[in-house]
Write a protein that binds this ligand. Structure first.
Ligand SMILES: [Zn+2]
Length: 393
């Protein structure tokens, strides 16, 4: 049993000012305030949030998920240090053989469970069924029109580990493909799209349940043609936002959060994340990172981000003015609901997995727990708190 005390615990019902948490066998068994029921690790007033869940991640720490299964695991480990306890592995458009190979790596990681890579939920196919006009940094040579037999082949390679697919809803055959995605047990997302309002609404009516990085890689919103953005906001769709201060203005994130259950913070992080400026590659295209901004070499097109979930959350609170409850929901609870995992994780509540992030007053990560186990963060970063090893069983 592990007991944590004296924390500001962010729960679905609000913040517990001086809260305690009891964890047994990897699960939260009690949440309360005041004196803990057993000897506890004193968190000295630190914030305690549910572990972050990232629906959109291409790499980090110098590792691209397109390179190998080991790189996928290393990217997950990098993001775990930033509080992400579960993540989708996002694959950009590539030849079908390459995508099938990458999907098999994801399937192997998911099947291996914690011994493979803690927190690999499954794959997100960000392509190849996207708009040529709105492909962003994706290689237009690898885009395909919706193709049910090509998709069936990808589903087979994914071996039950496919969790979401981004589709441009205006393409011929998109609605049939959305039903195939749902039948495969995955979330149909709309994005990288030039869809007008009615086309996007038809996709939502057909079961699309997520907008991929709202505002980026899509037709802009116009008051006479609200387009895919207007359709997503109008229908209360879950909306990914890359809240790095570059992809969208902080006021846009705050606007999406006017419907608190809609906002889903994602990173869209590439391998350059945590590495610094330099030359990188995304889906076979050269990417230059300068001042933390990733763009296709020689162009102004943004090519993913160098964002981490802790930074996304911190910006949501400090720059966008969101409450910590709304920010925590956007970083954990809402993405868990999108994936249908909200009975397992995404909140601090009795019966859910003990996936936790300890944050200091400046909302910087102090410690991360996944499934009741502390992840490797060195003791010196645990400043101001009791540093005796927590007891576990
Ligand atoms: Zn992406």
């Amino acid at each position: 049993m592990t007991v944590l005390s004296n924390a500001r615990i962010v729960t679905p019902g609000g913040v517990l000012a001086c809260g305690y948490l009891v964890i047994g066998h990897g699960t939260i068994t009690a949440v309360g305030t005041g004196d803990p029921p057993a000897p506890a690790l004193d968190l000295a007033g630190a914030w305690l949030l549910p572990g972050f869940i990232d629906l959109h991640m291409h790499g980090g720490g110098g590792h691209s998920v397109a390179a190998s299964a080991d790189d996928m695991a290393a990217a997950l480990a990098f993001h775990r240090r930033h509080g992400t306890t579960r993540s989708l592995i996002s694959l950009v458009s590539a030849p079908l053989d390459a995508l099938a190979r990458q999907l098999r790596w994801v399937a192997d990681l998911v099947a291996a469970g914690p011994s493979g890579a803690i927190g690999a939920v499954g794959a997100h196919l960000e392509g190849p069924f996207l708009s040529q006009a709105r492909c962003g940094a994706q290689n237009p040579a690898h885009l395909l029109l919706p193709d049910r037999s090509a998709f069936a082949r990808l589903v087979e390679s994914a071996a039950d580990s496919l969790r979401s697919v981004t589709i441009a809803p205006e393409l011929p055959g998109a609605l049939a493909l959305i039903s195939d995605v749902r039948a495969a047990g995955a979330v149909a997302a709309i994005g990288h799209s030039d869809a007008v309002y009615t086309e996007a609404r038809a996709a939502i009516d057909a079961g699309a349940a997520l907008a991929t990085h709202l505002f980026n890689g899509m037709r802009p919103m116009h008051h006479r043609e609200p387009g895919i953005i207007g359709a997503a906001l109008d229908s209360g769709l879950a909306c990914e936002v890359i809240n790095d201060g570059i992809h969208v203005h902080p006021a846009i994130t705050a606007l999406v959060a006017r419907s608190p259950e809609s906002l889903v913070l994602v990173t869209d992080a590439i391998d350059a994340t945590g590495v610094g400026d330099g030359e990188f590659e995304l889906g076979g295209q050269q990417v230059r990172v300068q001042d933390g901004q990733a763009r296709l070499a020689g162009s102004a097109t943004l090519a993913g981000s160098t964002l981490t979930m802790d930074d996304a959350l911190r910006r949501a609170v400090i720059d966008c003015g969101l409450s910590i409850e709304i920010a925590a929901a956007a970083a954990a609870t809402n993405p868990a609901r999108v994936l249908g995992l909200d009975n397992l994780c995404g909140s601090i509540a009795v019966g859910l997995d003990a996936d936790l992030v300890v944050l200091d007053d400046d909302l910087r990560v102090v410690r991360v727990m996944a499934g009741g186990q502390w992840c490797g963060v060195e003791a010196p970063q645990f400043n101001g708190m009791a540093t005796s090893a927590p007891t576990t069983n």
